[in-house]
Design a protein around this ligand. Sequence first.
Ligand code: GLY
Ligand code: MN
Ligand code: MN
Length: 483
Amino acid sequence: MNEKVEVPVIKNARPYDVAPTARYAEFMRTGWAPSDLEGLHPLDVVTYAFTRRQVLSDAYPNIRLVIPSGNYKTRSNDTEYLYRPHSAFAFYSGVQGSDAVPDSVLVMEPKAEGGHDAYLYLHPRSTRETHAFYTDRKYGELWVGRHFTLEEAATVYQIETRNVDDIENLLRFSKETLLIRGEDTLMDKLISVHAREAEFQTFASEQRLIKDEYEVGQLQAAVDATGRGFSDVIAALPAAADHPRGERIVEGAFYGRARLEGNDVGYTTIAAAGSHACVLHWIRNDGAVRNGELLLLDAGVEMDSFYTADITRTLPINGKFTPAQRALYMLVYEAQLAGFAAVKPGVPFLDVNRAAQRVLAQGLADMGVLTVSAEESMQPDVGLHRRWTLHGVSHHLGLDVHDCDKAREENFRGGVLREGMVITVEPGLYIQPDDELFAPEYRGIGIRIEDDVIVTADGCRNLSEDIPRHPDAIEAWIASILG
Ligand code: GLY
Ligand code: MN
Ligand code: MN
């Protein structure tokens, strides 16, 4: 007790932070009961993450691989966005939810006898023997909550853990190293650029094209939670319809579910009422939700595993579609059925888009607004129907909402579907409010239906089948919640 306590240096101090006095520092070292975590056990993801690292190890013999989780991202001045690790780090480490610690780094260190050792470098718990627990506003326990100790983290992730403050001791032994660059400023500085870095990113992205059993389970859980979030939004529709910024009520209702059941939303919610639905990425969400109009809600819960759903439903705000709304809706619905039917192994990825677009183009021709035949419009150098369809209908889904996008074109949008891929099928029709080619009752209507499907041996399985889609089912869903 009487040993001399140095005045601690505050890590991550702001100019106006007051340093502890020596007496305060000494006082803070004493009187704490032990507070080890009891009952920790390895996470379900551990065996999958081990296999994923093994694939990486086999592909890059004798090369050190560095996969950072990423630093905090500043929101304003000294406040940060909710921390979310980089997806490659999440994939290979298995780190979950709010247990993710900024600046963590997964290192695959080559062994002389072949293969790699995995080391998870992180900021461990700032225990009571440190001063950081009460002085460090970025990592201190009394500021941001308790992290795992190195031992606890090793137990849950089943990876050898080390303090990230020691990572330079490893990197000092220089050897050929590949880094996922752009996530961690210190790693970017310490590790020189390697000609194969882009290829490494590509490999890591392509490894996620086919989902393992754990990933499929997590995507299903994300979809199921998202369905409950959509029901929460329906329950909030009467409140939203009474408010000039009702879209914010919609956004907030969904966000509540995402934070309750998951880590966050997987992307910013699109809560687009009325003609806002014709703006593809309407994330301002500051408009009114009016009786008689449609609400296009594009939202996904991201689970603690960081897998996200990506679902869109277009809902009549008063519970009933008008004939014009229903007519357009049914066209999108039929297009989506054609998209689902196109999904099977061996089929070009872009065939799903073509199948859905063909139905939309035919419908637009039948309505007399498309001045060329559907067949002509479908020619790559024509595409007039795209005035109303605007976007493609599929992308990969997983840890990132637009997943695997560092994959080579021939394995991605230019490739074929393979069993175990998870993609969206999301056709839409958007009639801008000033589009004179359509009769007035159709103007300002935007419709998208988006589901998440897994490619099976002979077709696909819709993970979001239980979220009502047909207009009759949607009306019944709304009635069941609002009476
Ligand atoms: N929510 C973005 C998308 O559907 O791709
Ligand atoms: Mn999507
Ligand atoms: Mn979406």
